[in-house]
Design a protein around this ligand. Structure first.
Ligand SMILES: [Zn+2]
Length: 74
């Protein structure tokens, strides 16, 4: 059995991980970042253009880093 750990590719599915505001308090130099709340735990996190595009293009869910880790990478 092959276990691969690679960057996200189209069709992979899963959860797109959003950086926590507590990790990155100031996104002032990243104009495409929106402050949103994690749909799972409600913590404040950042949604970038790239995340929006992946979610829209592939119909994935986005969650904060904590929830993404909890859901995916055990
Ligand atoms: Zn969360």
């Amino acid at each position: 059995m092959n276990v691969k750990i690679t960057a996200h590719k189209p069709g992979d599915g899963g959860i797109v991980c959003m950086p926590l505001k507590s990790n990155i308090p100031d996104a002032g130099n990243r104009p495409d970042w929106n402050l949103v709340t994690c749909p799972t735990c409600g913590v404040e996190c950042w949604e970038s253009n790239l995340i929006r595009e992946i979610v829209k293009a592939e119909g994935l869910a986005a969650a904060c880093t904590t929830c993404a880790l909890r859901a995916g990478w055990r």
